[in-house]
Design a protein around this ligand. Structure first.
Ligand code: NAD
Ligand code: WQD
Length: 339
């Protein structure tokens, strides 16, 4: 298939481009490089041996999308482009609603105009809020998101649902990601956060490489086996392959479908710290801090639906994720800026 990948120079997008090219798909990437580096696509080409067609386009720029779509006939769009920093979204809600929600509406208008009515959207487990039950199935009611970032995901889901309802030629797959970590085994592409990492694994790898003194563990008084927060960490390669599998649902004219992409296993913050130390032989000093505002105690997926309907399941375990995260950080101490 010929696939338009928005946000394809970013963390999950670049890994997905590798898996799409490996599966024989023809890929065009657009990105405004607001949170990424074009070098990631050069690295993708080193991995796959195939050059990636790239355009610097902001998805809010309808005219730019219109002329791109005049020149290419896409079978499907995989839509990663968006801002994703939870804390920043609380400070700059208008930027998040404009970029994520208005950007998606602009993209959908352009796709609709050019009759490309197939889309796979990067949603998030955060749409479940504090989940009503665990493990979380796709039938779990959506909850109250505690931040504008999460709201944008939930709103975009509703927009896509309404669009598909209005026109059954549309096929929409919502993929609700749990916690992606890890990197390509080559160590050539990985997560390259700006400034102080918000997320656990990039913070751990920066402690390991000596950029940060110690990990702050946000709370050890949750109702979990060791008191620290439990999440469903998933290898980014498994996540990327989930998109390749989701294309099958699109090909089968699925209408509107929602899938969780998680492993189904929950690990605490300290489980991850210990797994990282064991996998890599590196000590991670940590201190216990108060809970982080907006955090929930436990979040992990029931991923049976993706197994049954997409034939997709996670292949990598926590040790693999810790090893590959560290391999990327070690090889690229300053991310893509190191060259
Ligand atoms: P990322 O920041 O690495 O990638 C997002 C990409 O989108 C970046 O390259 C950025 O430059 C680009 N972008 C942002 N706004 C744009 C715009 N207006 N026009 C064009 N490009 C734009 O993030 P990621 O971790 O790869 O996440 C990809 C998607 O998955 C995002 O939508 C994110 O919200 C979602 N998601 C991520 C996680 C996670 O933990 N990483 C979890 C759930 C969902
Ligand atoms: C994981 C656990 C923290 C950092 C976020 C977004 C979600 C999705 C994935 C984009 C929690 C603890 C963390 C640190 C810590 N993103 N922690 N010290 O919060 O589950 O999900 O990223 O879509 O929408 O909310 O991920 O990696 O930030 O935290 O103790 O320095 O690690 O409290 O228990 P989270 P995370």
């Amino acid at each position: 298939m010929k696939i338009l990948v928005t946000g394809g120079t970013g963390y999950i997008g670049s890994h997905t481009v590798v898996e799409l090219q490996n599966a024989g798909h023809d890929v065009v990437v657009i990105d405004n490089l607001s949170n990424s580096n074009e070098l990631s696509l050069q690295r993708v080409a080193e991995i796959t041996g195939k050059k990636v067609d790239f355009y610097n386009i902001d998805i809010r720029d309808f005219n730019a999308l219109d002329s791109l779509l005049n020149n290419h006939n896409f079978d499907c769009c995989i839509h990663f482009a968006g801002l994703k920093a939870v804390g920043e979204s609380v400070q700059k809600p208008l930027e998040y609603y404009d970029n994520n929600v208005c950007g998606t509406v602009s993209l959908l208008r352009a796709l609709n105009k050019h009759n490309c009515k197939n889309i796979i959207f990067s949603s998030s487990a955060c749409v479940y809020g504090d989940p009503e039950f665990i493990p979380i199935t796709e039938d779990c009611p959506k909850g109250k998101c505690t931040n504008p970032y999460g709201q944008t995901k939930s709103i975009i889901e509703e927009i896509l649902k309404d669009l598909q309802k209005s026109d059954s030629n549309w096929n929409v797959v919502l993929l609700r990601y749990f916690n992606p970590i890890g990197a390509h085994q080559s160590g050539k592409i990985g997560e390259d956060p700006n400034g102080i990492p918000n997320n656990l694994m990039p913070y751990i790898t920066q402690v390991a490489i000596g950029k940060r003194k110690e990990l702050n563990v946000f709370g050890n008084d949750y109702d979990t086996h060791d008191g620290t927060g439990v999440r469903d960490y998933i290898h980014v390669i498994d996540l990327a392959r989930g998109h390749v599998c989701a294309l099958r649902a699109i090909e089968n004219k699925c209408g509107f479908e929602v899938f969780n992409l998680g492993t189904g296993h929950g690990y605490s913050v300290l489980d991850v710290v210990h797994a990282f130390e064991k996998a890599n032989g590196v000590k991670i000093p940590y201190v216990i801090k108060p809970r982080r505002a907006g955090d929930i105690a436990v979040c992990y997926a029931d991923s049976k639906k993706a197994k049954e309907k997409l034939g997709w399941g996670a292949q990598f375990n926590l040790e693999d994720m810790c090893r590959d995260s560290w391999n990327w950080q070690k090889n690229n101490p300053n991310g893509y800026n190191g060259g």
